[in-house]
Design a protein around this ligand. Structure first.
Ligand code: HPA
Length: 246
């Protein structure tokens, strides 16, 4: 089996059921990752776990050291990265509670360091990003969800916004015109950095609210927390079924 990592997002700062083997503090040329990497046994398979926002959920999306996180995972021998992302639903049928395995990305983030190839490179590198997610890993996630009896949306465009604030209605209107189905703050540059280091990368996006202007009035944090709480149980079920397939 190839070595698998799970990057936990909002609501998944620890992985229940992970039998810890060891914890690894990794220093990278790009600084420190969001936390200590936890190696453990999850449903009979070895995985690395890294909470994207830090163990106490203190690092906001625009401050995550994405380069250090991805570098650290590569350093410890990971080849497949399952990213868990909380998102807002833009498409009307993508309601809170739904799981999406996106297949495309539009990047609206700015000011985040989004490459390893910036200085002292021997030659300019342009990685191919036609298909931003790894097809085989996406398949494993969709199959895992189906085996677990979970409703899953196979495909969709993830609009990555800068945050940390939520969007305006006009911004979501624009994202919808652009073809985005879901919106989140952590999908980029994580996905492209994984591609630059030749890691197989895919996302389990958990919808925790209707995007701005798509629900009734303001986005309620209480509602987000409720959907996070119930949805994370489904994410865990999906992972339990998908990881053995990887
Ligand atoms: N917008 C951006 N990021 C998010 C949202 C949203 O509505 N919900 C969860 N993460």
């Amino acid at each position: 089996m190839s070595s698998v990592a799970i990057i936990g997002g909002t609501g998944l700062t620890s992985l229940q059921g992970l039998q810890i083997i060891n914890r690894e503090i990794i220093q990278t040329p790009y600084g420190e990752p969001s936390g200590i990497l936890v190696r453990g046994n999850y449903c009979g398979h070895e995985v690395m776990f890294l909470p994207r926002h830090g163990p106490g959920h203190t690092i906001p999306p625009h401050m995550v050291n994405y380069r250090a996180n991805i570098w650290a995972l590569k350093e410890v021998g990971v080849t497949n990265v399952v990213a868990v992302n909380a998102v807002g639903g833009i498409r009307p049928d993508i309601e809170p509670g739904v799981l999406v395995i996106p297949n495309q990305i539009i990047d609206y983030t700015w000011g985040r360091t989004n490459t390893y190839f910036e200085d002292r490179v021997n030659q300019v590198v342009h990685v191919d990003f036609t298909e931003p997610y790894c097809a085989s890993l996406r398949r494993n996630l969709v199959d895992g969800a189906e085996q677990a009896g979970l409703a899953v949306v196979d495909g969709g465009t993830y609009g990555a916004t800068q945050g940390p604030r939520l969007e305006t209605t006009a911004e979501i209107d624009r994202l919808e015109r652009d073809g985005c189905d879901i919106v989140g703050m952590t999908g980029m540059p994580e996905a492209v950095l994984a591609r630059e280091l030749e890691l197989c990368y895919a996302s389990v996006s958990l919808v925790v609210n209707r995007a701005a202007g798509r629900g009734n009035g303001e986005i309620s944090m209480t509602e987000i927390e409720q959907y996070l709480h119930s949805g994370i149980t489904d994410v865990r079920k999906l992972l339990e079924h998908a990881i053995p397939l990887i």
